[in-house]
Design a protein around this ligand. Sequence first.
Ligand SMILES: Nc1ncnc2c1ncn2[C@@H]1O[C@H](COP(=O)(O)OP(=O)(O)OP(=O)(O)O)[C@@H](O)[C@H]1O
Length: 253
Amino acid sequence: MSKLSSMLRTEKLVKRYGGLLVTDSVSLDVREGELHAIIGPNGAGKTTLINQLSGELQSNSGKVLFDGADVTAIPIHHRARRGLLRSYQITSIFEGFTVLENTVLSAMGAKEHAFRFWKPMLAREDLVATARDALEITQLSALADVPAAELAYGQRRQLELAMALAAQPKLLLLDEPMAGMSVQESTGVVEMLKRLKGKQTILLIEHDMNAVFALADRITVLVYGKAMISGTPDEIRNNPEVKTVYLGDEAIG
Ligand SMILES: Nc1ncnc2c1ncn2[C@@H]1O[C@H](COP(=O)(O)OP(=O)(O)OP(=O)(O)O)[C@@H](O)[C@H]1O
C-alpha cells in the first residue's frame, strides 16, 4: 500500500437520534500512516462519529470501509481484531499484574485468542519485545515492574496507550487522550504522539488546539454533524469558514 492509500474511509455516514441528525452524511478519509485529527465545537458530533467508527454505535446509513473491507455491519470486537482499535477498548487493566505483564497480555490478545496457549507470560520473548517497545514509546519503561494498582491517574492513561500500541493496530482511535491529565502529563502524550507520527496511523479527537495543530498531518472540522473541510493544519488555520466557526473561541493554531 502506498502512503496515500486510505486506511479508513466513511461514505455518507449518518446517525440520528429521533429527529436529531448528529452525523450528517460524513465522508471521511484517513490515509495510511497519517495522524488525522477531528476537531469541532462542543456537540459537533465527534464522539458519536468515533463510536460509529469503532462499532460501539450502529449507523443509520452509510458505510465504514477499513483496510479495504466494508466493516459497517461488523461488531466492535471483530473490528478490533482486524486492527481498528480504540485505546480504552483494551481489556481492562489487571491491577495485580505489573505494567509489563499487562502490556504483554495486550500484545498476546492481539495475536491469538488470549490464554489459549497459556505459557508463563514473560517467557514469550516475541511478545515481551513488542511490549517493551510500547513501554519505551509511552515512556513507561522505568515502571515496567510496578503493579498497575500503584500507578497514578496519568500513568494509568499512559498504560492504556501502551497496551493499545502493543496490540499493533492498523489504526488507533484516540478520543481525547489528554483529558484529565496534568500539564506535564499532557506534554508527555504530545511528545509520545510526535514519536509515533509516521509509524502508526492515528485518528485523534482532541480539544487542545495547540496539540492538534502541532501534531496533525490533516484535520477534519466537524460542525453540526457535517464534515465542513479536511486539510492540512495550514489549510484549516487559514480557512475563513473555520475562522467563523471558532470566532469567540481562543484562536486556533
Ligand atoms: N444517546 C443520545 N441521544 C440523544 N442525543 C444524543 C445522544 N448522544 C449524543 N447526542 C447529541 O448529539 C450531539 C453530538 O454529541 P457528541 O457527544 O457526539 O458531540 P461532541 O462533538 O463529541 O461534543 P463534545 O465536544 O462536547 O464532547 C449533541 O447534540 C448531543 O446532545
